[in-house]
Design a protein around this ligand. Sequence first.
Ligand SMILES: Cc1ncc(COP(=O)(O)O)c(C=O)c1O
Length: 444
Amino acid sequence: MSQVKLLTEIPGPKSRAIVAREKPYLAPGTQWVWQLAGIAMDHGKGALLTDADGNTYLDFLAGICVSSLGYGHPGYAQAIAEQVARLHIGSYATETRARLLEQVAALTPGDLKRIQLYSGGAEAVESALRLARSATGAFEVLSFWGGFHGKTAGVLNLMGSDFKQGLGPMLPGTFNAPYPDCYRCPFKTTLERCDLLCAEFVREKLRYETSGKLAAIIMEPIQGTAGNVIPPAPFVQAMRELAHEKGALFICDEMITGFGRTGKNFGSEHMGVVPDLMTVGKGFGAGFPVTGVIASDRIVNAEPWSKPSFSSSSYGGNPLAAAAAAASLRIMVEEKLVENSARIGALILARLTAMMEKHPTLGDVRGRGLLIGVDLVADRKTRAPLEKKRCERLYLECLRRGLLTMAYSPRLRINPPLCLDEAGAHEGCDIFDAALTAFEQGGN
Ligand SMILES: Cc1ncc(COP(=O)(O)O)c(C=O)c1O
């Protein structure tokens, strides 16, 4: 039985009216995916979202890896409601936060058992950089092309994209190196014959460009914003070794890849590394704004970061945020969502791989768990990316059939809620298949 239900044209009249009401007052620059859709959302259940006109869609983006539990989970709603009625702010110790800290420590690898909590992703990354500076006494940072760590002024410099154009000057002391995006290798070589040239390049870059005061190498263990790009594990291992060789810390930004998204607890587990520092957010609170910096005992005690009130914030780890994250992790474990992510992710990946046979628009598909990347191409041989305007047509073909995707970009990212079931995964793939057919038949 179909989970998708379409009752009106898309967007329907109620959606259009709500969007029109917001328009005169909402500042521009909100997420393109929703501007393009033009729909107003009303509620959700599991991996389904229902708009103001009663149309129900399958959600293949989960608020960009935020809504890990999906929508309307009764246990999650109850935990938040009970906590807000009892006590919601303050950084004093609470039983709720104590429980959350134990839950996090039970999931994190190695000796990464100490967490400081925040409410925004960029805020946590900035804190991780301050901690790295405290722990090493150095200040330079290396990040990667394609990397995304937030939009605040203290992390914008880490970003490896043209998003920065027009927003300068950037903070000094940051160096961006090519990421091993093997489908679109920055060195125009292949994994079979490159001998990890990119790792060697980073070594030389540090030698020639820095002043020898490296505090951290920061990377996403799988790049999310860049297109769910999976690096070769030996590269990630080499970056950890290189950081240590330079007396620096190796930071994995697990904001997207953390807590089950990739079919393991953390993305770094796929790479065979335990970082010195980890930043987490997004799915951590399943939608409630709660993020964190996780490190070992040895590192968190570094000063000045560890001095009283030096690493704190107004909202970080307040009882309400702690209740939301505690509920999110409890449900993730109880409902085996990490395992579900691995299983359903493999199913979707297999369906997409099979679709490559008939859809020339699919240039590459890859994934770990429910973090799947698809390269949409104008020409499979040259790998020329599909132009943005044409991607938007494909996005609308999906939307009109009841599938919410990120197909508005040639690097399509598929990351549904971790609770997506088998029927939903098949239905979503069927819709994508039909949308691609219509798109390709329409002259691309
Ligand atoms: C890997 C990564 N780090 C940090 C951030 C920034 O998080 P926030 O938007 O909460 O500041 C993001 C957001 O997409 C992200 O993907």
